[in-house]
Design a protein around this ligand. Structure first.
Ligand code: ATP
Ligand code: MG
Length: 420
């Protein structure tokens, strides 16, 4: 066939969709119970949104965005549109543009949908991938940081995925300014031994060297030598330590990782990532987030606090090793002995769907022999088959049970009582 999918995107087949829905429904159910409300974000946003929020000197903005060239020359001059690479910036824009500050006393929101990044495709890394994200506005640290962590822990507990939580504080802009000067000084000393990308990062955005997936050992050593925790101001130190205390008190295990700085510039203060050993090291982060108080205060001055996170749904589904089809519904096939009974077949279908919530109907089909219909229902794992034939003239049908290999004739009006 001459048509092939675009590089880096996936066709998601029904079995995979079922797993995605299982993961997303689990997230949805948990966050809804904490009062989060769903928003649906546009896939298209103006490029400036991400330049301002994620930051110019980040991988996403520098090289990972899918840009749409406007065909209207007048528009092209004023704006470039991109496929959203992440959700937080869009939620913040929506928050400000629709005055969420006054509209919603409890400012907790969530979203789900595809994100787009021009990355080198590999297992766990796609150009179109799915995130489920949550954002909390107006609630200060450390209680809202702790709430995020508590929510993520419940999700992974429900999904039965073993995870390791890594946390760090990247301080406020004052702490970071001091730290970056020292870090840059140290980096200059070893610059020649760093990879080409990092050489460039030393000048443009030194913190980003910690994202390096090539010189991992080198940057780890460096982060131990000049550890950001020694550069935190009193207030940043206090809120980070309060979170640590809350985690300890609640017996939540974590590791403080000084190289954890996140790949987006809008963060400040507490940041965290969840990893799973089930996946390969370069793609084993399945949830990540942190605070962005400074960003929200800039764009919505009366709201001083914000934090959030995103679950990487594709990777979580890959980590969901022992998922078994959990379908609570009873599958019922409707077999038609002769085409002249087809209309009764559809009546049976209506009756079953109206009277029972937990059934899934297969059929009715025409132009197939009874034998081949039964084979199909068996392959589809139907528990029952309703055989619609001559008996319908006495308002009866044959009900076959594939699970215990029995069959009986039942009154059409009582049919639903036998489907259990
Ligand atoms: P990484 O360091 O793996 O590139 P990131 O820091 O770019 O991740 P975030 O922007 O924090 O990722 O996104 C949150 C989560 O979304 C990640 O932890 C990951 O699970 C998932 N994710 C990010 N990029 C991709 C991608 N290209 N394909 C699949 N999942 C992704
Ligand atoms: Mg990335």
């Amino acid at each position: 066939m001459k048509f092939r999918k675009v590089r880096g995107v996936k066709d998601i087949l029904p079995e995979e969709v079922e797993k995605i829905n299982f993961v997303v429904n689990t997230c949805r159910q948990i966050v809804e119970s904490y009062g989060f409300k769903e928003v649906i974000l546009p896939v298209l946003e103006k490029m400036e949104l991400y330049q301002h929020s994620i930051g110019e000197a980040t991988d996403i903005v520098e090289k990972q965005m899918f840009k749409i060239v406007s065909r209207n020359p007048a528009e092209e001059q004023t704006e470039t549109i991109v496929l959203r690479p992440e959700g937080t910036a869009g939620v913040v824009r929506m928050f400000v543009e629709n005055n969420f500050k006054d509209k919603y006393p409890l400012k907790r929101f969530y979203y789900f949908g595809p994100m787009f990044r021009y990355e080198r495709p590999q297992k766990g890394r796609y150009r179109e991938f799915y995130q489920f994200g949550i954002e909390i506005f107006g609630e200060p640290a450390p209680s809202s940081d702790f709430l995020l962590i508590k929510i993520v822990n419940s999700v992974f507990e429900k999904l039965k995925i073993k995870v390791d939580l890594e946390i760090n504080s990247i301080g406020c802009k004052n702490c970071r300014r001091n730290y970056v000067v020292v870090l840059k000084g140290e980096l200059e000393k070893i610059k020649e031994s760093l990879c080409d990308v990092c050489k460039n990062r030393v000048e443009r955005n030194p913190l980003r060297v910690f994202d390096c997936k090539i010189d991992i050992d080198k940057v780890k050593k460096l982060a131990e030598k000049v550890n950001i925790k020694n550069y935190l101001c009193e207030s940043c130190k206090k809120s980070f330590l309060s979170l640590v205390k809350l985690l300890d008190e609640n017996k939540i295990s974590y590791e403080i990782v000084p190289t954890l700085v996140r790949g987006l510039d809008y963060y400040n203060g507490t940041v965290f990532e969840y990893k799973t050993q089930i996946l390969d090291a370069a793609q084993n982060t399945i949830c990540a987030g942190g605070r962005y108080d400074e960003f929200i205060s800039q764009v919505e001055p009366q709201v001083n606090y914000a934090c959030g996170l995103a679950f990487g749904i594709d990777r979580i589904v890959e980590a969901l090793k022992d998922y078994k089809e959990k379908n609570g519904k009873i599958k019922v096939g409707i077999a038609i002995v002769d085409d002249k009974f087809l209309f009764v077949g559809f009546k049976v279908l209506d009756k079953l769907l109206e009277s029972k919530e937990n059934v899934k109907i297969v059929g009715p089909f025409t132009e197939k022999s009874l034998k081949s219909q039964l084979r199909l229902f068996n392959n589809e794992n139907c528990k029952y088959v309703v055989i619609v034939g001559e008996e319908t003239e006495q308002n009866k049908v044959v009900l076959k049970n594939f699970y215990n290999n029995s069959q009986q004739i039942v009154e059409l009006q009582d049919l639903d009582k036998f489907i259990v």
